[in-house]
Ligand binder design. Structure first.
Ligand SMILES: [Mg+2]
Length: 259
């Protein structure tokens, strides 16, 4: 652990199965991930689970004994929202197959989310697994994509670990829409590169990294010395930092509806 601490300033940390299993922290999770923060390391907890907001995960980790700021979480849902923002598409009508948490992440970046049957007129469909997935959602997403809406999947995970076994994840729901439409989505979450590009952009420039940390950084350091994720509010600046040639995933958003 100490050697790892010496070698790296930034840590990308998986949540499901690494920090917790369901509502149970993994062995030594609280000590380990709190120690990173105490040593002045930058943490970004990354999960493909798009059901909850960053705030929701911060609250959950606090409950498990790991204080963390909401800015230290990147869900595949938040990544999808930041991707839409980066592409300047948040003003386009969006239909969300997913939880209220996913909808609020998209609305948090200014996303224009359509409700109910209005969704068939969406120009972008964003899909995240959730417990209340319905035929109605499947139908609306299918009709919108048939009419030319871009198809964005938060991730393709077949399942996720829970104490009683593997529960179905976003992948089976994406597959249903894929089969119904014959269209392959742009996938944002792990293991695709997009979420990691977005993750790296959430870390501050190297000069601002806590390279001289001595272990005295307060555990609760929200906002201090952290690169501000609010910088995402400037898509132009993002483009400058990420020349389009660096993208590995084809951008198909303007397929039918130029911005
Ligand atoms: Mg995992």
């Amino acid at each position: 652990m100490n050697r790892l601490l010496d070698r790296f300033d930034h840590f990308l940390i998986d949540l499901d199965g690494v920090v917790y299993l369901g509502d149970q922290p993994t062995l030594c999770a609280a000590e380990t991930f709190t120690a990173l923060n105490d040593a002045g390391k930058r943490r970004l907890f990354i999960t493909n689970d798009p059901r909850h907001t960053a705030q929701g995960y911060a609250t959950k980790l606090a409950r498990l004994g790991i204080p963390a700021d909401p800015a230290e979480f990147l869900t595949s849902g938040r990544a999808a929202a930041l991707y839409l923002q980066r592409e300047g598409k948040t003003g386009r009508p969006i239909f969300v197959v997913g939880s209220d948490g996913l909808r609020s992440e998209i609305e948090a970046v200014g996303g224009h989310v359509l409700k109910g049957n209005e969704g068939v007129t969406a120009e972008i469909v964003v899909v995240g697994g959730h417990e209340h997935f319905s035929y109605q959602e499947l139908k609306i997403a299918t009709l919108a994509i048939q009419r030319g809406a871009a198809f964005i999947a938060t991730n393709r995970d077949a399942n996720f670990p829970m104490p009683d076994g593997l529960w179905p994840g976003t992948g089976p729901i994406v597959a249903a829409i894929e089969v119904a439409t014959g269209i392959t989505p742009v996938v944002v979450g792990k293991p695709e590169k997009l979420i990691f590009e977005i993750a790296l952009d959430l870390f501050p420039p190297a000069a601002a990294a806590p390279s001289s940390a001595t272990g005295s950084t307060p555990t609760s350091s929200a906002g201090s010395g952290r690169g501000s994720p609010r910088s995402w509010s400037s898509p132009a600046a993002q483009r400058r930092r990420w020349p389009s040639g660096a993208r590995s995933v084809p951008i198909t958003l303007s397929k039918t509806s130029p911005a």
